[in-house]
Design a protein around this ligand. Structure first.
Ligand SMILES: *Cc1c(COP(=O)(O)O)cnc(C)c1O
Length: 331
């Protein structure tokens, strides 16, 4: 099967901000984007994006998961990057309209339609290294995706990185291209040197997140994860899993977690760890690598509670369990 995010619908929704107003959204070919080579984004990385999914239910309806949260984060990323403000209602309508247009292409569960809104500075002004772009563009690209776990459930190996950081501390809560570029070299190195799947960034011993997913430690009936601050990305999946954990009667602790405490707890039998994000939902972590030593999380296998939390969230997304929190938008 094609790799995640490499298949696209042939058309996308697009809108341009000319310095005063947003143009009416249009539907254009997905490979038609004309930019001036001096466009602000190409030089100064004025860009942010979102990732959310639409699911097909057994009754044939198409349902978008927590779109309001993604729109809020898209607006916040745009604001923190000094991009022109998005019109939240219009951005939401762009998503709904383009998903409706390709509703017949939304895969059956466990597949889904991955939705990628993107916003970037277009002003042709290479002298604006320290000034914002007055004009911008946003589009909504669609990519049908299959079962992330089709190869069966395996566990990830994470390198705990205490010296480097994923991105500049004040950029953490912005879903912006430059942050991924900044994390790339350490991730490549961890893969090459240690056969690690991901790097868990823990600057100064503070357990933060990986390159594109949040980290959760599950110790018995307690879920422990870093409390929200501006240093890391506030995942919608993180919030959904924590809500489900509370619904299931588990204790949720949003607080600081140090590398020392993580390694101490992970060694206990029955302890689990997982990464959360829209693409993979909840992926089990089996091994932590720290200062040249490897530590199993629990028995190193796929955790029962991790699976239960993922299945509970999937059941809501797939229309097999009641959507008690009103997370789905039927379109
Ligand atoms: C997108 C992303 C996440 C996960 O966010 P979701 O809303 O759950 O998809 C976590 N960390 C980073 C750095 C991300 O880019």
């Amino acid at each position: 099967m094609a790799a995640f995010g490499t298949v696209f619908m042939p058309e996308m929704a697009i809108s341009w901000f000319d310095g005063n107003r947003w143009s009416d959204a249009e539907v254009v070919s997905s490979d038609s984007l004309q930019l001036h080579p001096g466009a602000h984004v190409l030089h100064y990385s004025s860009t942010c994006f979102e990732g959310l999914k639409a699911f097909r239910h057994a009754d044939g309806s198409i349902n978008i998961f927590r779109m309001d949260r993604n729109i809020e984060r898209f607006a916040q990323s745009s604001e923190l990057l000094a991009l022109p403000a998005i019109d939240k209602a219009a951005s939401e309508q762009m998503i709904i309209d383009i998903v409706r247009r390709f509703k017949d292409e939304v895969p059956e569960p466990p597949g889904s339609m991955y939705i990628r809104p993107t916003h970037f500075g277009t002003e042709p002004a290479i002298g604006k290294a320290a000034a914002p772009s007055m004009t911008s563009c946003q589009y909504v690209l669609l990519s049908p995706v299959g079962d992330y776990f089709s190869g069966g459930d395996t566990t990830l190996r994470l390198l705990l990185e205490e010296n480097g950081a994923r991105c500049a501390a004040h950029m953490g809560m912005i879903k912006s291209g430059g942050n991924y570029a900044s994390a790339l070299r350490p991730i490549m190195q961890a893969k090459a040197d240690l056969n690690a799947d991901q790097v868990l960034f823990c600057p100064g011993g503070d357990v933060q997140e990986t390159g594109a997913a949040n980290f959760l430690l599950i110790d018995g009936d307690e879920v422990i994860t870093k409390a929200l601050d501006e240093s890391f990305l506030h995942g919608v999946t993180r919030d959904s899993i924590l809500t489900i954990a509370r619904d299931l009667g588990m204790k949720v602790s949003e607080r600081q977690l140090t590398v020392e405490e993580l390694l101490e707890r992970a060694a206990k039998p029955g302890c689990e760890a997982a990464l959360s994000g829209t693409a993979a939902v909840l992926t089990p972590v089996g091994t932590l690598i720290h200062n040249g030593q490897e530590f199993k999380v629990g028995n190193g296998g796929v955790g029962e509670t991790t699976l239960k939390l993922r299945q509970t969230l999937n059941a809501i997304q797939w229309g097999k369990a009641e959507d008690t929190h009103g997370w789905l938008t039927k379109i």
